[in-house]
Design a binder for this molecule. Structure first.
Ligand SMILES: *[C@@H]1O[C@H](CO)[C@@H](O)[C@H](O)[C@H]1NC(C)=O
Ligand SMILES: *[C@@H]1O[C@H](CO)[C@@H](O)[C@H](O)[C@H]1NC(C)=O
Ligand SMILES: *[C@@H]1O[C@H](CO)[C@@H](O)[C@H](O)[C@H]1NC(C)=O
Ligand SMILES: *[C@@H]1O[C@H](CO)[C@@H](O)[C@H](O)[C@H]1NC(C)=O
Ligand SMILES: *[C@@H]1O[C@H](CO)[C@@H](O)[C@H](O)[C@H]1NC(C)=O
Length: 510
């Protein structure tokens, strides 16, 4: 039946040669209609996909859009002419896209913000308490209606103060209109200052001074913030964190873990702390015990490095050993995050001080604990254990690089600062004001007169426009029993390793 109709159609066409022209017209028309239908269907599909992605995939939408933000580069020409900060930077989130509100909970180490501030929970923070921190502070930072001002008391070493202020300034650019009014005292030196006992064993309690610092210890009150090197360390050629992380990720790919030198690596300045002098004694060249402790240690000569273009201090070239050693200096060491970022497990010489993020890591999960009393023996055991248990060792290396590369990426560093300042400002019992000798900060006033590495790192870490996402959600405080359990678990893991070590050394004749 079908064939019959087909044949019939064919024969009709054959019988009507004079209609050939008309047939072409019909063919072209049908073709045009088909194209039109195809184009509209595709358009509808593309729009539908776009909407779906928009709704379900959050940030994916950005891939389909041209950059919708206006860029705000440094206005150095205008700054040179007028010496006044630009007025055109947005003062609120004009581009905040509500469909991107799928903000995850912040990493667990954010919960220590509550712990750092708990000393003022009951009383709040009075102006008197803030002023009591002044004698040790390098500067007072004031944030008022979204603008930053600084009152400088003394100069810090190197460019710590400058890059710390730069970091706060970039935070204001990232989250305009979200940083509450506040005043805070900042000390750029290494070690924590205010001891808890000094304030809480006295009656009446004189009111502890809130002081912002880069590191603290369990006996101190100091409030932790990210150090200057997240925006760059000009004096040692250390790029801003965001760029360093990219380099380290590349460096990690160069040599597979199994092909790395099966020893523990460290490079640094041994003269800043006794524990580092102890460490250097474990080098392979120290033949006093005629033992190879499994460590390859190098002295960093910063002066020679700066003369020779920092050839030996490229962080990304240091992921070539299977193990990397972390040891404190005068206080915490800036090298901590770079060492943890390699896929090689970190042999972490038990520290006294902690940074804002270090409290989120666990021994045996993110690093291998090393005794600070018997370093060489502890190192030798760790290296041998790792070479015997290669998959477990690689797991530890991966866990720390994941922590550092993901939980500590620059977005979270800014979120940490945002949440810390927000919680801190809630405690203030006075209205912040700008003292007469304070000056207004803007990126131009800090960067336009800088040159060399300072200028470069500032340009590289400049926040060009406000974020269009909202920050991660602040997790609730830990309960007292959870804190106890966290500390117990860490202690137990360290004890476990020490037991293995003791067992091992009992069977060696040394
Ligand atoms: C601003 O002035 C400084 C010093 O006067 C100069 O070095 C710099 O090139 C100027 N920058 C611009 C963008 O004009
Ligand atoms: C440690 O030993 C290595 C050789 O294994 C050597 O190249 C290096 O200079 C030594 N470091 C120190 C600080 O002596
Ligand atoms: C200084 O650095 C260069 C280049 O890295 C190196 O070849 C040289 O041995 C170093 N000199 C000293 C005294 O450390
Ligand atoms: C590593 O394995 C060797 C050979 O099996 C063994 O003699 C040594 O005790 C092991 N060391 C550690 C630390 O596990
Ligand atoms: C501590 O360790 C125990 C046992 O491994 C575990 O059940 C508990 O969740 C850990 N506590 C914390 C806070 O990590």
């Amino acid at each position: 039946m079908k064939d019959l109709y087909k044949d019939k159609g064919k024969s009709i066409n054959r019988l009507r040669p004079s209609f050939g022209h008309r047939n072409t017209v019909i063919a072209i028309c049908s073709w045009l209609v088909l194209v039109a239908v195809f184009v509209s269907v595709s358009t509808i599909l593309i729009i539908a996909c776009w909407l779906n992605l928009h709704i379900f995939l959050g940030q994916s939408v950005l891939k389909f859009q041209p950059k919708k933000f206006q860029d705000f580069p440094l206005e150095c020409f205008a700054w040179n002419q007028t010496r006044s900060c630009p007025k055109n930077y947005p003062i609120s989130h004009i581009n905040l896209d509500r469909s991107l509100d799928m903000n995850p909970t912040c990493p667990d180490y954010f919960r220590w913000i509550h712990e750092d501030l708990q000393h003022w929970k009951a009383t709040g923070i009075t102006r008197d308490m803030v002023e009591r921190a002044k004698h040790t502070a390098h500067f007072r930072l004031i944030i008022l209606e979204g603008k930053a001002y600084v009152e400088t008391f003394r100069k810090s070493i190197q460019t710590r103060d400058l890059f710390t202020l730069w970091g706060f300034q970039q935070l204001l650019r990232l989250y305009p209109g979200r940083i509450p009014d506040l005043e805070l005292m900042f000390d750029c030196d290494d070690r924590p200052v205010f001891n808890i006992k000094q304030y809480f064993n006295k009656r009446p309690n004189p009111g502890p001074p809130p002081l912002f610092k880069y590191c603290s210890d369990p006996w101190s009150l100091d409030i932790l913030v990210p150090d200057w090197s997240f925006w760059g360390w000009a004096e040692t050629n250390q790029k801003p964190w965001e760029l360093t992380l990219k380099d380290i990720k590349e460096g990690n790919k160069k040599v597979k873990w199994k092909d790395r030198v099966p020893f523990a690596y460290w490079r640094g300045n041994p003269s800043v702390a006794p524990v580092r002098a102890d460490l250097i004694k474990c080098n392979a060249t120290n033949t006093r015990h005629n033992v190879d402790w499994g460590a390859r240690l190098f002295v960093q000569d910063w002066v020679n490095e700066s003369v020779h273009g920092y050839k030996n201090s490229n962080i990304e070239d240091q992921c070539t050993y299977r193990y990397k050693i972390y040891v404190e200096g005068w206080a915490w060491s800036v090298s901590e995050k770079y060492i943890l970022a390699c896929d090689s497990p970190t042999l972490y010489i038990t520290p006294r001080y902690h940074t804002f993020f270090a409290r989120g890591m666990n021994p045996l999960e993110h690093f291998w604990p090393i005794r600070h009393t018997d370093i060489c023996k502890s190192l030798k055991f760790a290296v041998e254990w790792g070479n015997n248990h290669t998959s477990k060792a690689q797991e530890i290396g991966k866990a720390s690089s994941r922590f550092v590369q993901e939980d500590m990426k620059m977005d979270y560093v800014y979120d940490y600062m945002l949440h810390l300042l927000t919680e801190y400002a809630k405690l203030l019992k006075f209205k912040p004001t700008v003292p007469p000798n304070a000056i207004e900060l803007c990126s131009e006033s800090m960067a336009c007169n800088a040159n060399g590495n300072q200028r470069k790192f500032m340009e590289d870490s400049l926040v060009h426009y406000p974020t269009n996402t909202i920050p991660c959600t602040m997790p609730p405080p830990y309960g007292p029993s959870t804190i106890k359990s966290i500390i117990d678990n860490k202690t137990n893991a360290i004890k476990q390793v020490e037991m293995w070590e003791d067992e091992y050394w009992k069977n060696q004749n040394l």
